[in-house]
Design a protein around this ligand. Structure first.
Ligand code: PLP
Length: 405
């Protein structure tokens, strides 16, 4: 009997339509530009490896050794004890007394975020997320059917959170506050006064603070202490990974640490329950977490210096372009310049125009939650300074034309 034929395609779940991730979505546009014969310079993804930064050799050794020793099986779902102990000791050394049983190893910061939101948030609940934001938060919340409620961070105050705005958004449906400090996409590092205010809000409303600290070791003035070091009893869950400060993003090796306050015990149990379902994060890479945290970190000194130089170049070049402003980043490898758009134009018009005219790929600010008419876009400044200088010449020339039209 002939199989029945259907004319329409197999339907997909509705929730997928709310799941957008501009940093990667925009690559489809870049591919079209490449297909038309123009070389594309990718300033869209925060990955140091394609720009010549190398994973420290002792981390590679740790993974290779683990594989050779046949540590290739599933690990316990929260991760191998040695790495969890190393993470717990590191938090303790940085002022947050932590026991290994409150640490879970994850497939990058990303999985830590996803496990936690899965453990904390019901359909219809709200989570306070900064704008601009790292887009995974919005995407995961869309998948759950929960609502990202955006609190402003303010470029005229160094991209610090607008605390009054944040306060005004907390309500009965609020389940968590997300803080990204140091920040992607803005490069901001929050002063203690801001951090204390965030902790105080979390405490007053009994709502956990989800502290994305993946750039904590990449502030140009040196590592930033975890926010929970200001109050180890606060309702903080902290996230980080080997992706950025240890130059191994493809390994998907990360961790989360749940604060010692017993009011977080059930959340920890729920995270661990969900973690059981995905068996474990990549096993050999867990051995690199131990090596990274207990071993030599001198690569970070060189990396921070390289980033500081590129940040200064980026800020000075963007601020020299008529119609453009850029707040100086204090950490990581991102800047969020703003172009004063002509009426009716959007950040996406500007970024796609730039891509088509010059081959330079940035991400429009609305991909991070800013308003399209506000003209923000994110630049990843990991390329070598001379290459960046040439790229910024092209951006300056394009912007002149774009604004003159
Ligand atoms: C703020 C922020 N959080 C999380 C992530 C995801 O990192 P990971 O590779 O550890 O999953 C990134 C990656 O760019 C990021 O910028």
């Amino acid at each position: 009997m002939a199989a029945p034929t259907f004319s329409s395609s197999v339907p997909v779940a509705r929730r997928v339509s709310g799941f957008t991730y501009a940093i990667r979505n925009i690559v489809a546009e870049a591919r079209k530009v490449e297909a038309a014969g123009r070389q594309v310079r990718y300033l869209n993804i925060g990955d140091p490896i394609p720009f010549g930064f190398a994973t420290p050799a002792h981390l590679v050794e740790a993974v290779v050794r683990a594989m050779r020793d046949n540590a290739n099986g599933y690990t316990p779902s929260p991760g191998i004890p040695a790495a969890r102990e190393a993470v717990a000791r590191d938090f303790t050394d940085r002022g947050v007394p932590t026991s290994p049983d409150r640490v879970v190893l994850t497939s990058g910061t990303s999985e830590g975020i996803e496990l936690t939101l899965g453990a904390l948030v019901n359909e219809g609940d709200e989570v306070l997320v900064p704008t601009p934001t790292y887009p995974l938060y919005t995407a995961v919340l869309a998948k759950i059917g929960a609502r990202a409620v955006f609190y402003r961070t303010d470029p005229s105050h160094g991209w610090l959170p607008d605390l009054d705005h944040l306060r005004s958004l907390i309500g009965p449906a609020t389940r968590a506050i997300v803080a990204i400090d140091p920040n992607n996409p803005t490069g901001a590092v929050y002063p203690n006064a801001t951090r204390l205010a965030l902790l105080e809000l979390s405490e007053r409303h009994g709502v956990p603070l989800l502290a994305d600290e993946v750039y904590g070791d990449l502030a140009y003035d040196g590592p930033v202490p975890p926010i929970a070091s200001l109050n180890p009893d606060a309702l903080v869950i902290s996230y980080s990974s080997l992706s950025k400060a240890y130059l191994a993003p493809g390994w998907r090796a990360g961790w989360l640490a749940v604060g010692r306050n017993e009011r977080l015990d059930e959340v920890l149990a729920a995270i661990r329950k969900l973690a059981d379902g995905r068996l474990c994060s990549p096993g050999p890479m867990q051995h690199a977490i131990t090596a990274a945290i207990t071993g030599d970190r001198s690569h970070q000194v060189a990396f921070r210096a390289a980033l500081r130089e590129r940040a200064a170049l980026t800020t000075s070049r963007f601020n020299a372009i008529a119609g453009m402003r850029c707040v100086a980043p204090a950490a990581a490898f991102y800047a969020m310049p703003q172009v004063t758009l002509p009426p009716g134009r959007t950040d996406e018009d500007y970024v796609l125009g730039l891509l088509r005219a010059t081959g330079v790929l940035c991400v429009y600010g609305s991909g991070f939650g800013t308003r399209p008419a506000d003209g923000f876009f994110r630049v990843v400044f990991l390329a070598a300074p001379d290459e960046l200088a040439a790229i910024y010449d092209d951006i300056a020339a394009f912007t002149r034309d774009f604004l003159a039209r």
